[in-house]
Write a protein that binds this ligand. Structure first.
Ligand SMILES: Cc1cc2nc3c(=O)[nH]c(=O)nc-3n(C[C@H](O)[C@H](O)[C@H](O)COP(=O)(O)OP(=O)(O)OC[C@H]3O[C@@H](n4cnc5c(N)ncnc54)[C@H](O)[C@@H]3O)c2cc1C
Length: 421
């Protein structure tokens, strides 16, 4: 049986380990941390458990099929709950807009709160995002596009869906209201992109949510990571935690051995799911040959400042996913993505799992995380110095727009800065 090594246990590494096992490889998974999950790992602080990262699940079949391919029923491992509304958008004038997949309800609200024209525009936008989804997700999402030439056969289709437009300019063609345009073009931010510069292909996320819904795992995203760890054990994938890959040995341009701080591993096939730029620089120690991996072509996404906290007060008016938009939007994003300067007026995403998963309550408290998009580490911002004051800015916004009395109700809190990522 051929041996495969998978480096990194984020969702990508966990999934490829399941798939390689299905293809009859003898699979070993190597993870430098003491737990699995990567960005989806669990933080424990003063007894409270917090999902560190992903909480919005939009294509659940991609997780289910990892179990099904091994003859298992995913329902025996974890339970997904549909989130409703998908998101609440809160604007600087304190008005809000609830966004979901009930078309009639959405049209009624858009017509009442905004205009008839915007309601018609929303139907047209949805149709446009469906066209993008059909091309970009159904036909192209598994194409690697490793060179300009590899894109050529698909160029007519890409031109037809106007891939050259940004998400924001595409949405503004359909929506008249500024707040609605901000809200309906926010999807690239979920994956680290600026809606004003990211290709409109990312509008496919809007249709993806519409088609499959937005889900949350009962007990938190950690219940999916734990289920995948259990599955790997059952199908015979060896997991080595606390094992950092530090070097690879190559023979005729083929990796034969992986060296870690915890021993060496031979392999016929190696898949790295570690961050590619770090992996090339620190482990492979060479510049990638393929244009799609070159540091000069790749642009790092924004980064995040995330505060995890719990309160003794139960904020039952707060939806599961709330996005609070600052008044400054385009300029704010330019400060974060392009100028990479410190900001003091962030937009925020607030996660409140108790809104969907009442059984997940801990110590009779409400638990949250709030994240603010901020410049990445190329900014040279000293987060040791600014961390506490930025936390205060975030709490001020939350007290004003979502969680009155937050500070006096806090029972636990800690934060991570771009340094963590
Ligand atoms: C706060 C936050 C919220 C998010 N919310 C959502 C959401 O709601 N929905 C969504 O779909 N996405 C969300 N995302 C994005 C999502 O978390 C990531 O896209 C996804 O988890 C990345 O998975 P991955 O497997 O590609 O990589 P990672 O999770 O980054 O995993 C890489 C793994 O490789 C390991 N590793 C690295 N180098 C080495 C080495 N040399 N040796 C051994 N191991 C190594 C790392 O320790 C890590 O475990 C969010 C991200 C964050 C940070």
């Amino acid at each position: 049986m051929k041996k495969a090594i998978v480096i990194g246990s984020g969702f990508g590494g966990l999934a490829i380990a399941c798939r390689l096992k299905k293809h009859n490889f003898n699979v070993t998974l190597l993870e430098k941390q003491s737990d699995l999950g990567g960005r989806a790992r669990t933080f424990t602080h003063n007894g409270f458990k917090y999902d560190a990262g992903p909480t919005v699940i939009t294509a659940p079949y991609l997780i289910h099929e990892l179990f099904e391919m091994h003859g298992k029923d995913s329902k025996d491992y974890y339970n997904l709950i549909k989130v409703n509304p998908f998101y609440r958008f809160v604007f600087s004038d304190k008005s809000h807009f609830d966004y979901g997949d009930n078309l009639l309800a959405m049209l009624r609200v858009i017509k009442k709160q905004y205009s008839y024209e915007d309601a018609l525009g929303y139907i047209a936008l949805l149709k446009h995002s469906k066209r993008i989804f059909k091309t970009a997700f159904t036909k192209l999402s598994d194409k690697p596009f490793e060179s300009l030439g590899s894109m050529m056969p698909y160029l007519p289709e890409l031109l037809r869906i106007k891939f050259y437009e940004s998400v924001n300019s595409s949405v503004s063609k359909f929506m008249k209201n500024e707040n609605l345009t901000k809200a309906l073009s926010m999807h690239p931010l979920l994956v680290g992109g600026n809606p004003y510069t990211t290709t409109s292909i990312y509008l496919l996320i809007q249709y993806l949510e519409w088609k499959w819904g937005v889900y949350y795992a009962e007990g938190g995203t950690r219940s999916i990571v734990n289920s995948l760890e259990k599955l790997l054990g059952e199908i015979g994938v060896e997991c080595h935690k606390n094992t950092e890959v530090i070097r690879v040995v190559e023979n005729n341009n083929k990796i034969t051995t992986i060296e870690t701080d915890n021993g060496s591993f031979n392999a016929d096939l190696v898949v790295s799911n570690a961050d590619p730029s770090m992996f090339y620089e620190k482990v492979l120690r060479k510049t990638p040959a393929k244009i799609s991996n070159k540091p000069s072509v790749l642009k790092h996404s924004m980064s995040l400042f995330v505060i995890y906290f719990s309160t003794k007060k139960i904020y039952d008016q707060i939806q599961h996913h709330t996005i609070i938009f600052n008044k400054r939007h385009k300029e704010l994003l330019a400060d974060i993505f392009d100028k990479k300067i410190m900001i003091d007026d962030p937009s925020l995403y607030l996660h409140r799992p108790l809104a969907t998963d009442i059984g997940g309550q801990q110590f009779e408290s409400d638990s949250f995380y709030v994240l603010a998009p901020v410049p990445n580490n190329l900014s040279n911002i000293d987060w040791e110095e600014y961390g506490d004051s930025f936390k205060d800015i975030v709490f001020d916004i939350l007290e004003e727009f979502a969680l009155p009395g937050l500070r006096k109700n806090l029972v636990d809190s800690f934060y991570i800065t771009p340094k963590y990522f």
